[in-house]
Design a binder for this molecule. Structure first.
Ligand code: BG6
Ligand code: MG
Length: 213
């Protein structure tokens, strides 16, 4: 039995991973840079400036630090337009069932998202109250794949890493969970999320793998 389950947000509880992709694509296109969904797998779970650097590396132009800050801000505006009308209807299948069953079973719940928009999304989805801990992305120095965010969640939950299960849809996120010394469940394909201990298609099957008593 696990003492805590620590969830990623974007692409796990709701499909905002797709909105991040669309917003980055919109920004990249305005710069004449092209990237596809396979490249996007490398951006998932990586913070805003880190993702921007990877995209700008595809171009042969040079960008100053000031340019980068403005571009990151512009991407965030594109993204915020896409999430402006989110509601509980945008939760992915199985999300509410998982959160409520885990809480009933007194398993602690944490949220480990590097997104500075995470709290706003949680509130639009009306699920903030399920979580004992929501790590503040602004305080995280090293984005996924560094283990910092999952270790911070475990520490704030007062649970040892080995008793935590992490749930992620990104390559960087699975690495973060594994290097934190936790068990990693991947949402998606095992050919992409190779480091995961197990992969499942969506949250509808998560509870089959967690003993609740
Ligand atoms: C992660 C997403 O959750 O948050 C990334 O997987 C995103 O795609 C990152 O870049 C940072 O998000 P934000 O909202 O702070 O720009
Ligand atoms: Mg994610």
């Amino acid at each position: 039995r696990y003492d805590a389950v620590i969830f990623d947000l974007d692409g796990v509880l709701t499909d905002t991973a797709h909105f991040h992709f669309l917003a980055w694509q919109q920004l990249a296109q305005s710069l004449g840079i092209d990237f596809d969904s396979a490249f996007n797998e490398q951006l998932k779970g990586v913070d805003r400036m880190g993702s921007l650097s990877r995209i700008l590396d595809l171009s042969d132009k040079q960008f100053s630090h000031d340019d980068k800050l403005k571009l990151a801000e512009l991407k965030n505006r594109h993204y915020q337009k896409l999430i402006a009308h989110m509601s509980p209807d945008d939760l992915l299948p199985g999300a509410i069932e998982c959160l409520s069953s885990l809480r009933l079973a007194k398993i602690k719940l944490g949220l480990a998202s590097v997104s500075k928009n995470a709290l706003a999304v949680l509130e639009s989805l009306e699920i903030r109250h399920y979580f004992d801990v929501v790590v503040d992305a602004a305080l995280i120095k090293h984005s996924k794949p560094d283990p910092e965010i999952f270790l911070t969640a475990a520490k704030q939950l007062n649970v040892s890493a080995s008793m935590c299960l992490g749930v992620e849809d990104s390559i960087a996120g699975i690495s973060s969970i594994k290097s934190a010394g936790m068990t990693a469940i991947g949402i998606g394909s095992s050919s992409v999320l190779r480091e995961a201990d197990m992969t499942i298609p969506d949250l509808r099957t998560l509870l089959h793998y967690i003993s609740l008593n």
